[in-house]
Design a protein around this ligand. Structure first.
Ligand SMILES: [Zn+2]
Ligand SMILES: [Zn+2]
Length: 454
């Protein structure tokens, strides 16, 4: 059986969700979809059209296909194109949503979506991945990445290659965060073992901004402003209510048409109920500096946000590639997915492209805190300690978003400052090179009562 959906797309359709519905009978064993469109790349335009596909079965989200495939995509009892999960194909109404990210002017793009299904006998037997186990090493500092993609969305390497690369860089934990899909999480988790925690996640990629939902193992329907009328704060709340971590991703990244949805434009969430923001995405770049400044602005508005980083890696970088990517160095009570997510929620972490950088504080009455914590507003002594910095690096104490003091860091050092009661609502330290590019930045210590982070 087969059905065909045809139409045209123009730039006026950008950021639209176009449902294509079809009914499959009991006993269906395989569904195949093929999308043909023209022109693929409009002459004279810098970017090709970008269209992806969300797949829903009668019970809800089944996945998303975000890489063009010459032979189309399929979902069957025993296999599926990465991005979707194999398994039972319930009878009833299925929907493939065309997601129009980027249609370049001036000529309309004509498309044809062909969906075919069959009941040819197929042996059951989708690959089963047994969860790997990571023995707990107890409280300690652990280094990891929170943002990466594979063939399950628009990356070009598979999960074992992705994990091997990360582990080759000495990381203790890695989150898989493919766009709007969880289809890779079981395989990712199967690679957990002694010394390595595999954390579940997805990048909720909307037309108006991307956000990481971490520690998750279930689907969240991201379609904002469609017939579900879900807002981004409501979607975030669904994630938070399950105890997961929600992070606004790369808020100042370039947006349309270069990267549809990559610039944060959810004006009802600036930052709203988001507890965390990714201030260092990929290699250090101008948009990250702008992300840090936006983060400071939000802190000054009273939001006690956690800062994170993510490589947002999609493939093995070429050998001649160069740039400064950072990881999250987290003080976790347990070396486990739950322990690392809990520590990140508390902001017990710093972001670094190499150096160690710690910030602690003791209040006038003797209360002690580490990064991410709050102290009473009664005056405090702040102490920064760093190692493995570089000649010429500069340490900056930031108080309420302004540079309070700069000093030459040297390779190793320690510095203390005394702040009076009422002088600081928050303070953080940065380690930068002589040009001003970031090496490391801590989560802030907060002073006085403030809004509770979720
Ligand atoms: Zn993104
Ligand atoms: Zn990403």
């Amino acid at each position: 059986m087969k059905t065909v959906f045809e139409g045209t797309l123009t730039p006026a359709d950008n950021r639209r969700v176009i449902p294509c519905q079809f009914d499959i009978p009991e006993g269906t064993t395989r569904i195949h979809a093929q999308f043909d469109y023209s022109p693929i790349h409009t002459e004279g335009q810098p970017f090709p059209q970008q269209i992806s596909f969300a797949i829903h079965d009668p019970n809800g989200v089944r996945g998303e296909w975000s890489r063009p495939m010459a032979d189309g995509w399929h979902v069957a009892l025993n296999s599926a194109t990465p991005g979707t999960l194999p398994g039972g194909l319930p009878a009833g109404t299925w929907t493939i949503f065309l997601l129009s990210h980027r249609v370049m002017p001036p000529v309309p793009v004509s498309y044809r979506l062909t969906v075919e299904w069959s009941n040819d006998p197929i042996a059951e037997g989708a690959p089963h991945y047994a969860a790997g186990q990571t023995p707990d090493r107890g409280p300690g500092w652990y280094r990891g990445d929170l943002h990466g993609h594979t063939i399950h969305s628009d990356g070009s390497w598979d999960i074992p290659e992705f994990v091997a690369f990360m582990r080759g860089h000495g990381l203790d934990f890695v989150t898989l965060s493919d766009h709007n899909t969880i289809s890779g999480l079981a395989q990712h988790r199967s690679l957990a073992e002694e010394g390595f925690v595999a954390i579940g996640g997805t990048e909720l990629s909307t037309f108006l901004g991307h956000a990481l939902a971490l520690g998750i193992h279930e689907y969240f329907d991201w379609r904002i402003g469609t017939e579900r009328e879900l807002t981004m704060p409501e979607l975030a709340q669904l994630v938070l209510d399950k105890g997961r971590l929600f992070i606004i991703a790369h808020p100042m990244a370039p947006g349309d048409p270069e990267c549809c949805g990559c610039h944060w434009e959810h004006l009802d969430m600036m930052p709203g109920n988001a507890p965390a923001v990714e201030i260092w995405n990929g290699w250090w770049a101008d948009y990250n500096e702008q992300g840090v400044q936006l983060y400071y602005q939000w802190l000054n508005e009273g939001h006690r946000l956690v800062a994170t980083s993510g490589t947002d890696i999609h493939e093995c970088p070429p050998v001649d590639a160069h740039g400064r990517a950072a990881s999250n160095v987290v003080y976790a009570e347990t070396f486990s997915e739950d322990g690392i997510i809990a520590a990140l929620k508390q902001g017990h972490s710093y972001i670094s492209a190499g150096p160690e950088l710690l910030l602690t504080a003791t209040s006038a009455s003797g209360a002690q805190s580490m990064m991410g914590d709050s102290l009473p507003d009664e005056g405090a002594t702040l102490t920064a300690r760093w190692k493995h910095a570089h000649d010429g690096d500069v340490l900056r104490l930031i108080v309420n978003g302004a540079v309070h003091e700069m000093r030459n860091a040297g390779e190793t050092g320690e510095a203390s400052w005394t702040l009076d009661a009422g002088q600081a609502r928050w303070a953080t330290v940065e380690l930068r090179d002589a040009k001003g590019d970031m090496w490391a930045i801590t989560n802030p210590i907060f002073f006085g009562a403030g809004r509770e982070r979720q």
